[in-house]
Design a protein around this ligand. Structure first.
Ligand code: CA
Length: 225
C-alpha cells in the first residue's frame, strides 16, 4: 500500500516536471520567434488628424502607439527615435506619427487629452510638448501619480512655445479633445495593439521595437518598393 502511494507520488512529480519542461521550451521558442520578426498587417494605420513629424509626402510612415505613462515608451523615445529622426525623418525618407494608448488609466488619459489639445491649438508646440511629458516621467517610481493636469500645465508653461495654459486646463478638465483620444483608441483596437510602444512601419508591425537593425532594414525595404 505504502509502496503504491510512493509510486503514484513519484509519477505525479515526474509528470509535473515534464509539463514544466514543455512549457519552458514552448515559451523559449516563442520568445526566439518574436525577437527578430515583424508581422504584416492588412493595412497601414490612417494617420489623418494625427501629429506628423517630417515631410507629409515621405514614402515611409512610422507610427508609434505609445502611452505617456509607459517607461518603455520613454526609453524608445530616448534611444531609437533620435536615430530615426537623423537618418530617415530629417532626410525626408520617412515621417513619424504618434497614437495614444491608454493602458495606465486616468493618467494616460490626462496625457492624451493634453497632447491632443496642444496639437489642436498650438500644433508647432506639439512635438516639444510630447517630448517634455516623457522627460517628466520619473526614472524610478514611474507607477506613482505624476501625470496630472497641474503637471501638464507646468510643462506647457516651461517649454515656452505659446501654449495658452488656461485653455489647456479647460481642455483637460472638460475633456474637449476626447473625440480625438477616442479616435486613437479605435486605431488601437483595429490594430490589436497589446503592448507599448508598438511600432508600425507602413503596414508592418515591428515585434521588437528596440531592434534598430530590424527597423532600418524594414524602412530600407519599404523605400525600395
Ligand atoms: Ca491622436
Amino acid at each position: 500500500m505504502k509502496k503504491n502511494k510512493n509510486m503514484s507520488r513519484n509519477l505525479v512529480i515526474f509528470t509535473l516536471v515534464l509539463v514544466v519542461l514543455f512549457v519552458a521550451i514552448f515559451a523559449l521558442t516563442r520568445m526566439a520567434d518574436n525577437t527578430d520578426k515583424s508581422v504584416t498587417s492588412v493595412s497601414a494605420p490612417d494617420i489623418t488628424g494625427q501629429p506628423v513629424l517630417g515631410k507629409q509626402d515621405a514614402k515611409v510612415t512610422i507610427v508609434e502607439f505609445g502611452d505617456y505613462k509607459c517607461p518603455s515608451c520613454k526609453a524608445w523615445g530616448e534611444r531609437i527615435l533620435p536615430q530615426l529622426t537623423e537618418s530617415y525623418i530629417d532626410t525626408g525618407k520617412a515621417k513619424f506619427s504618434y497614437v495614444n494608448v491608454l493602458f495606465h488609466g486616468e493618467e494616460s488619459t490626462v496625457g492624451a487629452l493634453a497632447g491632443e489639445a496642444v496639437l489642436a491649438n498650438t500644433p508647432d508646440a506639439f512635438w516639444p510638448f510630447h517630448k517634455a511629458i516623457f522627460d517628466a516621467q520619473p526614472d524610478l517610481d514611474h507607477d506613482s501619480l505624476w501625470l496630472t493636469p497641474d503637471k501638464m500645465i507646468e510643462i506647457a508653461g516651461a517649454i515656452n512655445l505659446g501654449i495658452d495654459t488656461g485653455k489647456l486646463r479647460e481642455a483637460i478638465d472638460s475633456r474637449t479633445t476626447l473625440s480625438q483620444v477616442n479616435k486613437d483608441e479605435a486605431l488601437v483596437k483595429k490594430f490589436k495593439v497589446e503592448q507599448t510602444p508598438t511600432i508600425m512601419i507602413n503596414n508592418i508591425v515591428i515585434t521588437n521595437p528596440f531592434d534598430y537593425a530590424l527597423i532600418t532594414k524594414t524602412i530600407e525595404d519599404e523605400l525600395k518598393k
